[in-house]
Write a protein that binds this ligand. Structure first.
Ligand code: 5AD
Ligand code: SF4
Length: 467
């Protein structure tokens, strides 16, 4: 284990001792609540926060009335920031009634200097603030906060360090994310991620494989390899290894039955990867391939480094090689300079690729990004265009999902259905959800399910008994 991980484990122990004293004063255990905003990367980071809190002796809860509440924030669009400010107001009311309550903030939003200024000025009741680069120091920072009873703020501009091997509390026992790289060097002109997550760093393949093996031993069947642009995995590592090669290695790990990954940048997706996906027994039939815009002119302004034609060629090649694959995407409407004609190009790509699902976003101006100083599109125009994109995406997704009607496919059972406890909810490898009769003993197993009835964006099904 590296020295930093050892040091942080010592802080977990120190916290544990400190909390024991508090427990005696309170006559009960202390509770902690981690609230996650944003992407899969943040969800994985939150599992790390939870792991440390749990080992330090906190009882984890979803209730924000907890003794310690931390928001793991996102800043990719401004509405995520606004939600955090809104919810901080509610936390403040709780803290006024319970002055011992501690409030923490971390994640991408904290890497923005203007946010830190605002929090210091208008939300001075926040006790602990750190960013994305020093998340591994959470135990130490939390210890300092409790021990000194003073505010602790630590933000780093960047780091070259990768510290894993700290406790992790997984949300699901049977599936897990694995960070394979950090940061992003692509600098799409609308995007704040490279500024808040730092430059791209790949993790050593042997460390990734060791983590996958340990997860498999711990009952994990499905892993999701995480990075902002997994297709450029390996850049900068000695003894160059590509993402396709990494996938082939992960495939060899006994016990791992499903492999997913997120996110692919179209400009770096190789023919080799398509082949590896096609020939693999474990890689799921799902590819998330963000389009952002279907207009070559806008793609250029966005600094995406592919054209409409190149994207179409790539997506159609994938459809041809792997006919069952679900292709999902991200689309932004309202990027500076976008016209009706550009939106027509986006609609054209949606029709041609027939996305199985798409996340559609209204462009959000992010301070410090090149697009922020470009001429913005009036909101009224964007809203109407966004609605057009969304309705085509939904219609296409509804048609696409019918491809699987009446087929028998394997589902990983994730949970009991929230509305109807006689059903369980499973996920197909193409990421489609299916609900079917079953009980909690099925959770975590992969079972064949016949898809009997399509309900718009998901299926009802029945379990097929294996021979
Ligand atoms: N405005 C709107 N959407 C954005 N995304 C990234 N930056 C912005 C922004 N400034 C979207 C992209 C990306 C997804 C994670 O978020 O579509 O793929
Ligand atoms: Fe942002 Fe582009 Fe990097 Fe994705 S690839 S995180 S959109 S800069």
């Amino acid at each position: 284990m590296n020295s930093e991980a050892l040091l942080q484990r010592e802080y977990i122990e120190k916290l544990h001792t400190l909390l024991k004293e508090r427990e005696e004063d309170y006559g009960r255990k202390l509770t902690a609540c981690v609230v996650t905003f944003g992407c899969q990367m943040n969800a994985r980071d939150s599992e790390k926060l939870c792991g440390i809190l749990k080992d330090a002796g906190f009882i984890l809860t979803d209730d924000e009335g907890a003794d310690f509440v931390i928001y793991n924030t996102c800043t990719v669009r401004d509405n995520a920031n606004q939600r955090v400010y809104g919810r901080l107001g509610a936390l403040y009311s709780m803290k006024k009634k319970d002055p011992e309550k501690k409030i923490g903030l971390c994640g991408c939003m904290m890497q923005e200097p203007s946010v830190i200024e605002k929090i210091k000025k208008s939300y001075s009741f926040v006790d602990l603030i750190f960013g994305t680069h020093n998340l591994y120091r959470f135990a130490e920072l939390l210890y300092r906060m409790y021990e000194s009873n003073e505010k602790v703020i630590e933000i780093w501009d960047g780091t070259d360090r990768i510290v894993e091997e700290l406790p992790v509390d997984r949300k699901y026992p049977f599936k897990s994310g694995i960070n394979i790289m950090f940061g992003c060097d692509n600098y799409c002109n609308y995007c704040i991620v490279p500024y808040v997550r730092g430059h791209e760093r790949s993790r050593e393949a042997k460390d990734i494989l060791r983590e996958a093996e340990a997860l498999a031993k711990d009952g994990v069947k499905e892993v999701m390899l995480l990075g902002q642009n997994v297709n450029s995995y390996g850049r900068g590592l000695d003894g160059s290894i590509t993402f396709s090669e990494l996938l082939k290695e992960v495939e060899k790990v006994d016990g791992i039955e499903r492999i997913r990954f997120m996110t692919s940048h179209p400009k770096d997706l190789s023919d080799e990867l398509i082949k590896v996906m096609r020939d693999s027994k474990k890689i799921c039939d799902h590819l998330h391939l963000p389009l952002q815009s279907g207009s070559s002119r806008i793609l250029k302004a966005m600094n995406r480094r592919y054209t409409k034609e190149q994207y179409l060629e790539l997506a159609l090649k994938i459809r041809e090689e792997i006919p069952d694959i679900a292709i999902t995407t991200d689309i932004i409407t309202g990027f500076p300079g976008e016209t009706d004609e550009d939106v027509e190009d986006t609609l054209d790509v949606i029709r041609k690729v027939r996305f199985d699902n798409a996340f559609t976003f209204i462009y959000s101006r992010r301070t410090g990004t090149p697009a922020a100083s470009m001429e913005q599109v009036p909101e009224v125009l964007t809203k109407e265009r966004f609605d057009r994109v969304l309705s085509l995406v939904q219609a296409t997704a509804k048609e696409q999902i019918l491809r699987y009607d009446k087929r028998t496919m394997s589902a990983l059972v994730e949970e009991i259905n929230e509305q109807d406890p006689s059903l369980v909810t499973g996920r197909l490898t193409n990421n489609t959800i299916v609900h079917f009769p079953g009980d909690k003993s099925l959770i975590g197993s992969i079972v064949p399910v016949k898809l009997t009835e399509c309900r718009g964006f998901y299926y009802l099904g029945e379990r097929i008994q294996e021979e």
